[in-house]
Write a protein that binds this ligand. Structure first.
Ligand code: DON
Length: 326
């Protein structure tokens, strides 16, 4: 197996010239980034850091926030209420699809698509909108290890152009999944998407999930450990939208992407990985990000369902080591 620092440097050099894809433009403010930015960060559960590229460039977290707000809603309301309101089925549809919501059980398929994420935001507790937002920012602070803030222009841009999300919220109200405060719930959803992070922050967040909810850098508890399994299951099956099946097949680790170009992935009990590159494909996933994760998974045998190469799975699995070191 190659040396990890050398290998991520190699991946960075190999893929930095890959310039296919485009910046997310349906939220105009998201086009104001440098398309060449590219960073890889890996943080182990012991807090070891391996990084390369534009690690400190800021961007908004976008859909990656859905993972963490889902965890918060689980803590606020428990599994049963979450399952009554939001399913855990992958859709095979784009993240902003309206059709599935109308056709099916009137309950969003999962918390990673927009309909499910808006319903999840509607479950966050607090005495008023500011209280809810502050609780959410505090939750992100525990995962990241420093105070977080919202990119106001991105938030305003999301709010001004989020007609589809508004349509989803109206359908959710119609089905009794959220209450009447549509604009308040949408604001919280747009605010969570507009939280500012960098690639290092995302890797710390992923490493916190890998470490059963304990931030490996400062040992803060970000979430009750009993809910980490729920989060990772949904990431594994639904985190990459209509690419989730292919991702599970090829890469094989729980992950979540966002339209600003970040992807996080969690190797349970080992490490968190984040890649940032804002050029995305038609599904909203970072193109360089997918390449990097495919290569890492292959090279370090990270696929959770993989067997050690030297063994035949049908004959002897007694020495199987399901958690291999990076
Ligand atoms: O709802 C939206 O349009 C965005 N704020 C979040 C989208 C996103 O990141 C979807 N993912 N790939």
């Amino acid at each position: 197996m190659p040396d990890l620092p050398e290998f991520i440097q190699y991946l960075y050099e190999e893929y930095r010239s890959l310039d296919s894809g485009s910046l997310a433009s349906y939220i105009p403010e998201l086009t104001k980034v440098n398309p060449n930015w590219f960073a890889i960060s890996i943080i182990t559960k012991e807090g070891e850091v391996f990084e390369v590229g534009d690690i400190s460039e800021n961007f908004t977290i976008q859909s990656i926030s859905k993972v963490f707000v889902f965890g918060m809603a689980l803590e606020d309301c428990g599994r049963q209420i979450l399952l009554e309101k939001i399913g855990v089925e992958p859709t095979g549809d784009p993240f902003n699809s309206v059709i599935r919501l109308d056709e099916n059980s009137k309950r969003p398929d999962n918390p990673m698509v927009n309909a499910g994420a808006i319903a999840t935001a509607g479950l966050i507790k607090g005495s008023n909108p500011t209280d809810k937002l502050n609780r959410m920012l505090d939750m992100f602070r525990r995962y990241i290890g420093h105070d977080v803030y919202i990119d106001a222009p991105v938030f305003m841009s999301e709010r001004a152009t989020g007609h589809r999300n508004r349509a989803l919220a109206n359908l959710l109200l119609n089905f009794g999944i959220i209450d009447r405060n549509i604009e308040e719930i949408l604001d919280l959803y747009f605010q969570q998407c507009s939280i500012v992070v960098n690639c290092h922050d995302l890797a710390v967040m992923a490493a916190t999930l890998a470490n059963r909810g304990i931030n490996p850098i400062n040992q803060d508890k970000a979430i009750e450990p009993c809910y980490v399994r729920d989060i990772l299951s949904v990431m594994y099956t639904c985190g990459m939208y209509n690419y989730a099946g292919e991702w599970a097949y090829k890469v094989g680790i729980p992950a979540k992407s966002g339209v600003s170009g970040g992807i996080i992935a969690v190797i349970p009990d080992r490490a968190g990985i984040a890649v940032y590159s804002p050029l995305i494909d038609h599904r909203g996933n970072s193109i360089r990000g997918i390449k990097v994760f495919e290569a890492l998974s292959e090279e370090f045998q990270l696929h959770l369902l993989d067997f050690p190469l030297e063994q035949c799975p049908f004959l002897d699995i007694s020495h199987r080591d399901p958690i291999r070191r990076l």
